[in-house]
Ligand binder design. Sequence first.
Ligand SMILES: *Cc1c(COP(=O)(O)O)cnc(C)c1O
Length: 378
Amino acid sequence: MNDRIIFSRPFRAAAERANLSAVLDSDHSHGDGQFTRSATAKIKAITGAEHALLTTSCTHALELGALLLELGPDDEVIVPSFAFTSAATAMALRGSTCVFVDIDDATGNIDPAAAAEAITERTKAIVVMHYGGVAADMEPLLALAAQHGVAIVEDNAHGLGGTWRGRQLGTIGTVGTQSFHDTKNVHCGEGGALLLSDEILMGRAEIMREKGTDRARFLRGQVDKYSWQDIGSSYLPSELNAAVLDAQLAEFDTIQAARHRVWDTYAAALPDWAAANDVRPMTVPADRGHTAHLFYLRMPTEDSRDGIIAHLAERGIVAPFHYIPLDSSPAGLKYGRTPVPCTRSAEFSATIVRLPLWPMLSEAQLGRVIDAVTEYRV
Ligand SMILES: *Cc1c(COP(=O)(O)O)cnc(C)c1O
């Protein structure tokens, strides 16, 4: 029996243990110490973001974004039906209504035409999730947001270092969020970041992230005591998390090169089999630089998708499906509305399968996955 090939294995960076020891040996393991500063500088260098704040998760960065946009019960936020729960629940926590819209079949990202149709007087923001680190079709989305004066929230959990027409994902909208969960390209177990370009929003975000206090200004010597300034929560990670994250970010280029090696191998090996079996492998539009976060196959039917998952499982290969559409989920029905049925989202969700993709996947393991996939007959 061959060894099992798992779907995702967290990367381990060389300096993690030394960084952790440095924190443990110091008298500073709460947030905003040297590793937080160093990791934040690396995130700004990768993305070119004007401002970045580490958070305890991408979900918390999205909650912070919802606070910054002053979302309330009278507001609507347009959310793609095919997305992770985090953005939707961050909006619902503010009492806002999620208005679910369909996706673009080519990328799995929000369909700008569907977003345009869903705009009302109450719309305050549009959530854009760059699926697999492939940018959404930003030009019409930016035009739509400008025309109606609404914000764009980029859930860029998959897209650190990804680009749209040369612009860095996470820095195009009003608010950008990153995830450092251990299933993501760069991780610290659990963690995230908020990216901002606006100085005023940054000033507020810093306060909201620190229990509503101006402690950050106090630590910089800008005020002589710190006090309650605004609503907020505790969204800053400890130095232990930042120590691991800083070590990972130091190897960002190595991680990305290793992931692209796997992605490119799948992309080169599968087209003939795919064409013969009516399967569509993941593609990336020419004006976008992707992050090799995932590689998926669009199977022709739900049955053939379930079939290939079972076929691969029998050969010791873990290949999962992905998001269950938000619009028809129990909380989606309760906290959202869906003006037009999201049929492409439902079909995308029912027909995709993701192949194992992590940096240390060996050539032999990759060969086994490719052999097993190309043995399958739809
Ligand atoms: C992982 C993920 C999140 C949540 O990230 P956390 O850091 O675990 O909160 C949000 N959105 C997308 C698209 C994700 O993949």
